[in-house]
Design a protein around this ligand. Structure first.
Ligand code: 9WO
Length: 248
């Protein structure tokens, strides 16, 4: 997959893309992420990319021409839908991530200041995406989130394929709790089942914890979800134990 990031501070995204899973996916040739600075596409010596808004008001607006030139350059390499990150976009979730991960390439435009000239939005932006209902300092942060979520789902990116399938949102459940050494930390012991070596007991414990946590923290994820007999039983067990502690 080819991903191109265009903005005023594309280097802010580079750090996220050159370490960890995304960095290794690039080394393995699973994905190539390129970074394009709008100032390199300005047509004047002062490398102007923004100007005051027509109609007055605070702040600056990113000009259409540098964005158009950047897109022309990027698209000469590989054509792909142009995604713009803003709170007005379609909110990213796991299904959307999988949809984006199925594409051969992405061109991600990150805005700054008050936004971009509406004429380039109409002429060149294919899709608008949001990572949540809040306003950030720039689209770059959202671009990093989108790229990370998408690249993790590319075949081979995680190495241990099971991790992708086990990722809570693949199964539609929240994650079970994780523990590591030491076995006792400040007098708190790791749950006995996890050091029992009994893989079936561990699988059941983790499934019950995932179901229980989802019920407690994100009951909306369980709405309309068909649980099998084991899952129903385990969730009931969790609820009884939880109520047994007097929590409800
Ligand atoms: C900001 C905005 C606020 C409410 C409704 C629509 C909006 N569009 C923009 C916009 O284009 N902002 C630019 C990008 C300029 C200011 C910094 N930018 C930004 C993107 N802030 N917050 C985001 C963002 C992107 C994705 N998901 C959540 C927030």
């Amino acid at each position: 997959m080819d991903i191109d990031v265009i903005g005023l501070f594309p280097e802010a995204v580079r750090g996220f893309c050159e370490c960890g899973i995304i960095g290794r996916a690039q080394e393995l040739g699973i994905v190539t992420v390129r970074f394009w600075n709008l100032r390199d596409f300005a047509h004047d010596k002062r490398r102007t990319v923004d100007d005051r808004p027509y109609g007055g008001g605070p702040g600056m607006v990113l000009m259409a021409e540098p964005i158009a030139r950047a897109l022309d350059t990027v698209r000469s390499g590989h054509d792909a839908p142009v995604l713009y990150l803003s709170p007005a976009g379609r909110v990213l979730n796991h299904a959307a991530v999988m949809e984006l991960a199925s594409r051969p390439g992405l061109i991600v435009l990150a805005g700054r200041y008050e936004g971009v000239d509406e004429r380039i939005m109409r002429a060149a932006v294919d899709e608008e995406w949001s990572i949540g209902d809040y306003v950030l300092s720039g689209g770059e942060v959202a671009a990093a989130v989108l790229i990370d979520a998408v690249v993790r789902q590319l075949p081979g990116a995680l190495g241990h394929e099971d991790s992708a399938r086990e990722d809570s949102f693949v199964g539609g459940l929240l994650d079970y709790p994780h523990y590591t050494r030491p076995e006792v930390w400040r007098d708190e012991r790791v749950p006995e089942v996890l050091v029992s070596g009994d893989h079936e007991r561990i699988r059941v414990w983790r499934l019950r914890e995932s179901l229980g946590r989802t019920w407690l923290r994100r009951p909306d994820l369980l709405e309309g979800r068909k649980l099998d007999a084991e899952q129903k039983r385990l969730l009931e067990e969790f609820k009884q134990e939880y109520r047994g502690y007097g929590y409800e």
